[in-house]
Write a protein that binds this ligand. Structure first.
Ligand code: AMP
Length: 267
């Protein structure tokens, strides 16, 4: 596995693969890998000739109120896991490499970037859309892999690719959960044992909402009932690359998001 920290280095490392007409797969991440990340890497490994994983804690998708410094980082551990999964290139740019002084060009996606997570985290999707565009242009993958855990992110990235004719395929992969149902997230490690128990109410509420939807009942109402007493940012049905019951809650100081796809899972 080659580790490169520069855009030129990534391009040079990929030139031979490009010349040979190989299919390049990109998995954009912010690191602190868990099985959710590894599921994306495995899908890329199975479907592409060359697998590039980017590891970049993108400062522009954090809001001022969020603590960028608190975001978990473990580059050595991530590199070892990436190597084990057969990744060809690990791209680890620093903030100055991606946003040199004078950087001023942004991608915005309209209302889709302003609802739900975008309302709670103003500017978040502008940062996501911009960094993804840059990564797509640096790596020029045939396919890029994203997790449905971040359903709105999938919808935003697909919109950008469509609107700007970027010509790559976005592969959206299912949410990986712990045995008890909690969606894997690097934020879960900030939960105390007690808070983790409380956090289970989120996937349970969504599962009950999905069942209600299948039964022709009020999915949002059922989910909200089961979230009573929890601090709920939102719980709603939105078109996020298909009808989706999505929710965000706060457990202690940790904000958790989760969702279930209503149609796919209702079939
Ligand atoms: P992050 O490092 O948090 O930016 O996540 C990198 C990618 O992994 C994103 O496309 C996420 O949606 C995806 N991801 C994160 N958690 C999970 C999960 N539990 N299951 C599937 N994909 C996930």
């Amino acid at each position: 596995m080659r580790v490169t920290r520069t855009i030129d280095g990534a391009r040079t490392a990929l030139q031979a693969a490009r010349d040979a007409g190989e299919r390049i797969g990109l998995v954009p991440t912010m690191g602190a890998f868990h099985e959710g990340h590894l599921s994306l890497i495995r899908a890329a490994r199975a479907e592409c000739d060359r697998v590039v994983v980017s590891l970049f804690v993108n400062p522009t998708q954090f809001t001022a109120a969020e603590d960028l410094a608190r975001y978990p980082r473990d580059e050595d551990g991530d590199a070892a896991l990436a190597e084990r999964e057969g990744v060809d290139i690990l791209f680890v740019p620093g903030p100055d490499e991606m946003y040199p002084p004078g950087f001023a060009t942004w991608i915005e996606v309209g209302e889709l970037g302003e609802i739900l997570e975008g309302a709670a985290r103003p500017g978040h999707f502008k940062g996501v859309a911009t960094v993804c565009c840059k990564l797509f242009e640096i790596v020029r993958p045939a396919q890029a892999y994203f997790g449905r855990k971040d359903a709105q992110q999938v919808a935003v990235v697909k919109r950008v690719v469509r609107d700007l004719n970027l010509g790559l395929a976005i592969r959206a992969m299912p949410t990986v959960r712990d045995a008890d149902g909690l969606a894997l997230s690097s934020r879960n490690r900030q939960l105390s044992a007690e808070e983790r128990q409380e956090a289970l109410r989120l996937p349970r509420a969504l599962a009950a909402g999905l069942q209600a939807y299948r039964d022709g009942r009020d999915a949002v109402g059922v989910a909200c009932e089961l979230l009573k007493g929890v601090s709920v940012d939102y719980a709603t049905i939105a078109d996020l690359d298909g009808p989706t019951l999505a929710a965000a809650v706060r457990i202690g100081s940790v904000r958790l998001i989760d969702n279930v796809r209503l149609e796919e899972e209702a079939q």
